[in-house]
Design a protein around this ligand. Structure first.
Ligand code: PLP
Length: 455
């Protein structure tokens, strides 16, 4: 496929004619032609038709090793037999029963069994809805107004949590009212002294929310030591601690980061793997906080305590079926173990390629995550020695040169690998052979980028 006469981007332009055509229609329908910010891709994205295991196939018939992992919703891989069977059976029984059902009970029992902080459960339709609920519950429980969150940490797109999610962290996105901005305190990540200072001097903080493996799953990583310090500080000041385990939950270990680091938050938000690749989320946590969702006769309670929470698709039976089938398999710990091992193998292999090519890039991450930085500014540091815990946190998100990122992703697609913006996630379905092929594709793509004079 590679040619002396064509640049990598020229090759990409010509390689996927059916996707290109679909994109030409899509731009007439959707802003930017896409339905999720992170699917925005130039010159055009690929259109995927089906997926199985670790692979997916596009409309032009090309096969890819997939590292999107359903935006993190898939740990087992695409279409595990047990999940397909459970979902198919439920669809035949009814997609929305407009009623309580057995499967919501089985689903919640599994969640309580697996997630250490889960005393009670409330299902939502997405991770964003779960974080919205957790923050509101914390405000009601404490009678306080403010949320403390960390720069770079992503908790969905609703008003309060989107503040400080993307650089420049101090600039609020448009359309958010001043009152919300004034009640959101954004703290640098991993800085316990800054947290303590805020909690000491501001007695209106209701809760702290954190992605327990760090911003963007681990793009700016956070370790267990910080989580322990944060637990101690929030306990001391009577502030609710929320672990947003929408992405880390059931992934880094069956019970998520809270099990792995042995730190128990007051509330936990879940989604993605929870619903086995279908839409779904949940808030779980302390009974005395979760009971604020209860309907009671007491008029005082009705007016001042009860948090209203309808939601057409809460605990949808099809999502419940996929969730139950998935969690039964996840519970053993084996899927997390395999996905984590594949992640480590991939990071190592890609860093060896980078060092062989003498680039100042690196691939870092923990668990089933890999992130790339194209490039870092540490002198005399080989890719394999890059320590993200010692790097300036403001230089992670959005730091890679967009032209290099674009060429890398296009090159990887041409070589049969679908990366996300900035990295990807491994699944238990990835084989060692998939990882070897990915590392070889990375090597070839770098060679093309060198040939094109980009690096
Ligand atoms: C940590 C975290 N919280 C919340 C969300 C939002 O979840 P959803 O996309 O289901 O609304 C995400 C989504 O990527 C996430 O990674």
């Amino acid at each position: 496929m590679a040619s002396e006469d064509y640049s990598l981007l020229d090759m990409y332009e010509k390689a996927f004619p059916k996707s290109k055509k679909l994109y030409e229609t899509a731009v007439t329908l959707f802003p930017n032609g896409v339905t999720h910010d992170s699917r925005h891709f130039q010159p055009y994205p690929i259109y995927v038709e089906r997926a199985r295991g670790s692979k997916k196939w596009d409309v032009d018939g090309k096969e890819y090793i997939d590292y999107w992992a359903g935006h993190g919703a898939l740990l087992l891989g695409h279409g595990p037999e047990e999940v397909v069977k459970a979902v198919t059976e439920q669809v035949a029984l009814g997609t929305h029963l407009g009623a309580c059902h057995r499967k919501e009970i089985e689903w919640a029992e599994l969640v309580i069994d697996i997630v250490p902080s889960a005393e009670k459960v409330r299902f939502t339709s997405s991770g964003s809805e779960a974080t919205l609920m957790a923050v509101r519950l914390a405000r009601t429980f404490t009678g306080k107004n403010k949320l403390l969150k960390f720069a770079g940490h992503f908790h969905g797109w609703h008003d309060q949590v989107i503040l400080g999610a993307n650089p420049p962290y101090e600039v609020p996105p448009p359309g958010i009212v001043k009152g919300v901005i004034d009640t959101t305190v954004i703290c640098p990540p991993n800085d316990i002294a800054a947290v303590e200072q805020i909690l000491r001097t501001d007695d209106d903080i209701a809760c702290v929310i954190i992605e327990p493996t760090g911003a963007g799953f681990g793009t700016i990583p956070t370790g267990g030591e910080f989580l322990k310090q944060l637990r101690a500080a929030t306990n001391k000041h009577g502030v609710i601690l929320i672990f947003d385990e929408v992405i880390s939950g059931f992934r880094v270990a069956p019970g998520g980061a809270q099990e792995y680091y042995n730190v128990t938050p007051d509330l936990t938000t879940l989604a993605k793997i929870l619903a086995g690749g279908l839409p779904g989320g949940a808030v779980v946590g302390r009974k005395d906080i979760m009971e604020l969702l209860e309907i009671r006769k007491d008029p005082e309670w009705k007016l001042h305590k009860k948090m209203p929470h309808p939601g057409t698709f809460n605990a949808n039976p099809v999502s419940a079926s996929a969730g139950i089938a998935t969690l039964k398999l996840v519970k053993s710990g084996e899927p997390s173990r395999i996905a984590n091992a594949r992640g480590a193998m991939l990071r190592k292999g890609m860093n060896e390629v980078i060092d062989r090519h003498g680039l100042k890039w690196c691939v870092y991450g923990e668990f089933s995550e890999f992130r790339y930085l194209l490039e870092h500014d540490l002198p005399n540091t080989r890719a394999k020695d890059f320590d993200p815990y010692k790097y300036d946190y403001t230089k992670f998100k959005g730091a890679s040169d967009p032209i290099l990122s674009q060429n890398l992703r296009c090159g990887m697609l041409l070589n049969g690998v679908d990366l996300t913006t900035g990295g990807g996630m491994t699944m238990a379905a990835h084989t060692e052979e998939d990882i070897e092929k990915t590392v070889a594709a990375f090597d070839k793509t770098i060679t093309w980028m060198k040939r094109d004079g980009l690096i």
